[in-house]
Design a protein around this ligand. Sequence first.
Ligand code: BGC
Length: 267
Amino acid sequence: MGRLGFGVDIGGSGIKGAVVDLDTGALATERFKVLTPQPSTPPAVASAVAEVARNFAWQGAIGCTFPAVVRAGEARSAANVDRSWIGTNIEKVVGAATGSAVIAVNDADAAGVAEATWGAAKGQRGLVVVVTLGTGIGTALIYDGVLVPNSELGHLELEGVDYETKASAAARERDGLSWEKWAKRLQRYFSALEFYLSPELFVVGGGVSRRADKFLPLLKLEAHIVPASFQNEAGIIGAAYLAARPELDRESAGIDITSGRSPLVTP
Ligand code: BGC
């Protein structure tokens, strides 16, 4: 087993964590899940994350996804979590509850990073749009392997409504839609994304990507469209990687992280 990291995925209904093998992107442990407390206020969610981290006796940095715009560690929106998160510094609140250094990142952006590093978007040049279909719709834009954060294209307004309310996986269940009927809404959504962005590739994630064979073949687009390699685990994996990256970067620069000195430099 190589280097390990730890990721936690904060969602509207569950909070899941796992240890991640940072050489391959695979989960190194089973996932551990607790239900998202309701109301999902900052203190309640932070102690749920601490419970997840305790289950693994994890000591190092924690990568934490959050289902909203995240800028400099702070939540700047709250579509599917308690509104009191807006303006709250996720890294500080979860850091205080867990006693660890915390890096917070939008959930779809974390998934995009995992897919670009090890998964369905690995090595893809040009623009990749990662779309996660779950309670909401999350999007990540990756250009030549580099993330452009906080794209929020799940809230594209089409037919006069925020289209997340019509095309998310939760909307399919809520409206009791067949795969075919849901695919019509997805077609509308992906055609709009394609018109605005002309990506080379769409990667579709979220739990429902397990059933990708039921709806992806029904979509007609110019870009390739493929299921995410890591399905619903991509967020945990990407967040763990982002939290560990400062240390990984120092290692690859040849700096001995125990002494802080480069082994290549003679004192
Ligand atoms: C939020 C996004 C999030 C997505 C998936 C949307 O409602 O605005 O920030 O990535 O849901 O959780």
